[in-house]
Design a protein around this ligand. Sequence first.
Ligand code: NAP
Length: 274
Amino acid sequence: MASLSNRVAAITGASSGIGLASAIALAREGAAVVLGARRRDRLDAAVREIEAAGGRAVAIEMDVTREADNERLVASAHAAFGRLDVVMCNAGFGYYGTLEDTPPEVMRRMMDVNYLGSFLGARAALPVFRAQGSGHLIFVSSIVGRRGIPFMGGYSATKSAQAALAESLRSEFAGSSIHVTCVYPISTRTEFHAAMERDYGHAVSGLGPRQSVAHVARAIVACVQRPRPELYPHRGSHALAILNIVAPGFTDRLVRKYGRGRDAAAQAPRDGHA
Ligand SMILES: NC(=O)c1ccc[n+]([C@@H]2O[C@H](COP(=O)([O-])OP(=O)(O)OC[C@H]3O[C@@H](n4cnc5c(N)ncnc54)[C@H](OP(=O)(O)O)[C@@H]3O)[C@@H](O)[C@H]2O)c1
């Protein structure tokens, strides 16, 4: 596998979960990492951990919904380490509930963070990648961006939007040294569900197969070493996307059984989710 010792990666949503695990794993392989998120204390702790292990890292307090913050993330990579090779658009959150239970302002915020955050991250990175003639954009979508699941329609739509953006960009840069990857994790043990509970009072868990955050991070590191168009960290989850094309009605019933949360919780009023 290619050494990452001369690479610089900027990662949004790096204060916990997939973003943090990927930053640590990339730093372990020698990459310098720029960690972006809102919780400064978490970012500082991550930088200390990476540096204590001999790695190179800086923290940027940022909100992915702000264009200037994304530009600052990219500029900080240059300022700290002199280049930028990878931008991982990973920050995101979910919401559980029927469509009528999903307030429009929550949907707007979810679109802003999950989709617009990726758009703005890519928009900040691409001028740098074009100028140097190389770069790697990584969008962390979800398997639900390939096949929507019940009671997470709003969230699934934001993940589909990321996937469509990745595909369009990928075809624009096909044959060049600018790579675009879309990552489709399945249910992963992170703070994702705790954040949903903290912000919206939903206690939700995956009903189907799960994977560890370390597993996802390892797959992302391998993808940085050898870029690929799509990454399904859980082997076999790709089959769901194919099955959905071939047998959408059957897949409706399958994802209802193995989606997230429980029907009883979904039908209950909002306070009933906790
Ligand atoms: N866990 C799963 O089951 C799963 C499955 C498939 C896909 N994913 C996707 O994986 C990505 C990472 O999620 P995770 O599972 O690692 O959850 P997580 O542990 O909750 O991490 C989410 C990260 O996003 C950051 N974030 C949220 N809003 C932000 C904003 N406005 N600006 C900047 N950073 C923001 C959070 O940091 P701050 O709060 O400090 O800002 C945190 O670092 C998400 O896009 C999610 O949709 C997760």
